[in-house]
Design a binder for this molecule. Structure first.
Ligand code: HEM
Length: 50
């Protein structure tokens, strides 16, 4: 699946905003919205590279 940076960021900040078929809302903790912009961008770049 080709996830865009915007989709990855939304999935980190608001894990239940979009749920992949077969998964339930509420599984992933919503604890990562407080990352600094630098950390968030680094994390998105890492996930997008996988
Ligand atoms: C207890 C740890 C975690 C659990 C149980 C968990 C669970 C899940 C589940 C079930 C999904 C698929 C459902 C959905 O689309 O919302 C998901 C998606 C996602 N999670 Fe987590 N998660 C965890 C930790 C994390 C962490 C630490 C990050 C990064 C900071 C992260 C980033 C993402 C992203 C980017 C997606 C979207 C992936 C996609 O749609 O292909 N998750 N998570």
């Amino acid at each position: 699946m080709a996830a865009t940076d915007a989709y990855i960021e939304e999935s980190i900040r608001s894990p239940d905003a979009k749920i992949v078929d077969g998964y339930s809302a509420g599984l992933m903790q919503n604890d990562y919205g407080g990352l600094s912009a630098e950390d968030m961008n680094a994390l998105i770049a890492y996930i997008a590279s996988r």
